[in-house]
Design a protein around this ligand. Structure first.
Ligand code: 5GP
Length: 182
């Protein structure tokens, strides 16, 4: 049984919803909590969605080599703490990292046993509509995120699996097939 799964997907692709639905059915899987320098969105909780750090705090963690991987995304920093991943894997838990494609490929280099899964939008137009519908980002931020999609899709060619998120039910079903068989 593989223990470490990395799930990536362009912003607004609905990967958060797919993962949440999967976790409801499979409490034996845990979701890693990353660190970020981006501002907290309404409804987010420190320590649950992310550990929200200042730029200075994040920089200190980089210098102290506390991150398994970290990346800059849309002008903010995001990183996965080594200690977090090690603790879960030591306990024998199945851990899911929800990180960007660059981070995922870095994790694969360090931990080749990790299984990489990309959640793709049915179409770019659909993705843009979903991003706008979320009403959480400025136009500038939306443009930056759309620009990163091409790179993400390019990176995803090196992933182990791609799931097209046409409906949440189908995507959860595909995710179950991968996570529960590995
Ligand atoms: P959001 O700001 O929408 O929560 O996340 C933006 C992007 O950062 C998403 O693609 C998400 O998967 C990615 N991300 C979240 N945490 C991490 C992390 O620890 N490392 C990396 N490399 N990317 C992350």
């Amino acid at each position: 049984m593989k223990k470490l799964f990395v799930i990536s997907g362009s912003s607004g692709v609905g990967k958060g919803t797919v993962i949440k639905e999967f976790l409801k059915k499979h409490p034996e899987f845990k979701l890693s909590v990353s660190c970020t320098t981006r501002g907290m969105r309404a409804g987010e909780v420190h320590g649950e969605n992310y550990f929200f750090l200042s730029k200075e705090e994040f920089q200190k963690c980089i210098e102290n080599e506390e991150f398994l991987e970290w990346a800059e995304f849309s002008g903010n920093h995001y990183g996965t703490k080594k200690s977090f991943v090690e603790e879960y894997l030591k306990r024998g838990d199945n851990l899911i990292l929800e990180i960007d494609t660059k981070g995922a490929l870095n994790v694969k280099k360090l931990m080749p046993e990790a299984v990489l899964i990309f959640i793709a939008p049915p179409s770019i137009e659909e993705l843009e509509a979903r991003l706008r519908g979320r009403h959480t980002e400025t136009e500038d931020a939306i443009q930056k995120r759309l620009a990163s999609i091409k790179l993400e899709i390019e990176n995803s060619k090196k992933f182990d699996y791609t799931i097209v998120n046409d409906t949440v039910e189908n995507a959860v079903c595909e995710l179950e097939k991968i996570l529960c068989k590995n």
